[in-house]
Design a binder for this molecule. Structure first.
Ligand SMILES: Cc1ncc(COP(=O)(O)O)c(C=O)c1O
Length: 396
């Protein structure tokens, strides 16, 4: 077991070198290794303290070492971690009840990640189409991101991510985000579903317009195709509402979730209307770890806590947006709640690296765009300090 003493005997560089020798090289990792965190702060093996304004990429909704979350997963681990979906799981039922209450949707399928949630949604859409005599085509957006497994990758509108992995499952039509007319033209009886993010996260934090999202919903309703929203990044309080679609008054048939739902414990979910969910009968889909007791104990606490802090999220969002807009070299601030994209006049990567040097963690999501997704429990002082560091870096 890695003890505090053994962790701190080594430097950040030491861990970076060890990682290179034993891990796949599929990530570009910064040479920083952490011992622990509290709230929106992390501490590295050399004793330096960082402000975490990326939150494990919109995952650490309750910040680090949140007492209620720690208590819940410790308590669950002491009873049992996993018994499989062959049996009744009270923790899974509680998490599903919370999600159906919050969303207004009827049924929940649990998995472990965003890509798995989208994979299940895509299968649901195909099966639903077969049973309703529709074609199998799925309309998706250019510049979108839905995950890295074959189906979700095929739905992802970024050709760079496809390269080298073809052939991918066919039947996806890519259309320009926020341009409703193109989607209306592409719609027909051969379309099973539309799948979009209400705010494109990896695409640079690009919000869908009200007109676009409502137009898609209406078009799907008229045609009998499923309207599916990928809220993997935007869900669970991230944008100031429990689910982003609430802010637009949308009524999706299917919603996918992951990231913030477990507050750092891997958990994904698909929410659906009962009629749509019903197509996945026994034997059509499954997931060994999906909805296990540990994951669902975490999700229950996250849902409970996040609902209570939504007004705070809105306040911190306003503080952050106002502060960001006043910084030098900032062209635009986009997004909602605590999922913000900052369009810069300069390249974003050097800014990300300079901020890390100054112990502020954020992420260059596009060539000129920074992404900020701090824990939802971030404090007023944390935001002040982060703005001060970023301001210093941008002015320098
Ligand atoms: C909107 C969206 N969908 C799906 C995914 C994939 O999630 P995961 O990495 O958990 O598979 C992501 C991850 O960034 C995402 O932002």
């Amino acid at each position: 077991m890695l003890t505090w003493e053994s962790l701190t005997m080594q430097t950040n560089e030491h861990y970076a070198k060890e990682a290179e020798e034993c891990l796949f090289a599929n990530y570009k990792r910064a040479p920083v290794a952490f011992t622990h965190g509290r709230g929106a702060r992390l501490f590295d093996v050399e004793g330096k303290s960082y402000l975490d304004f990326i939150g494990g990429v919109a995952v650490s909704s309750l910040g680090h070492a949140h007492p209620a979350l720690v208590r819940a997963i410790t308590h669950q681990a002491e009873r049992y971690l996993h018994v499989s979906n062959l049996y009744q799981l009270p923790e899974q039922i509680r998490a599903a009840q919370a999600l159906t209450r919050i969303s207004g949707l009827d049924r929940v399928f649990f998995c472990n990640s965003g890509t798995e949630a989208n994979e299940a949604a895509l299968k649901l859409a195909r099966k639903h189409a077969v049973e309703h005599g529709r074609g199998h085509r799925i309309l998706v957006a250019e510049n979108s991101f839905h995950g890295r497994t074959m189906g979700a990758l095929a739905a992802t509108g970024n050709p760079a991510y496809h390269k080298g992995f073809e052939p991918l499952p066919e039947g996806f039509t890519f259309l320009p985000y926020n341009q409703l007319a193109a989607w209306q033209q592409a719609m027909g009886p051969d379309v099973a579903a539309v799948l979009v993010e209400p705010i494109q996260g990896e695409g640079g934090v690009v919000p869908g317009t009200l007109e676009f999202l409502h137009g898609l919903e209406l078009m799907c309703r008229k045609q009998g195709a499923l309207f599916m929203l990928d809220e993997v990044q935007t869900g669970i309080g991230r944008t100031g509402a429990m689910l982003n679609f609430h802010t637009h008054g949308l009524l999706p048939d299917v919603v996918t979730l992951a990231k913030g739902l477990g507050g750092g414990v891997p958990v994904g979910a698909v929410l659906a209307r009962a009629e749509a969910a019903a197509v996945l009968v026994p034997g059509t889909h499954g997931c060994t770890f999906g909805g296990n007791a540990l994951a669902c104990a975490a999700a229950c606490v996250v849902l409970e806590e996040v609902e209570q802090i939504l007004p705070e999220v809105e306040l911190r969002s306003r503080q952050l947006v106002g502060g960001l807009k006043a910084l030098p070299k900032v062209k635009e601030v986009r997004g909602a709640g605590l999922l913000l994209g900052v369009e810069l006049e300069v390249e974003a990567k050097p800014v990300e690296l300079a901020c890390l040097q100054q112990q502020l963690m954020l992420n260059a999501v596009r060539s000129h765009t920074l992404r900020l997704a701090p824990p939802l429990v971030v404090t007023q002082l944390d935001v002040e300090e982060a703005l001060e560091i970023l301001g210093r870096v941008l002015a320098g």
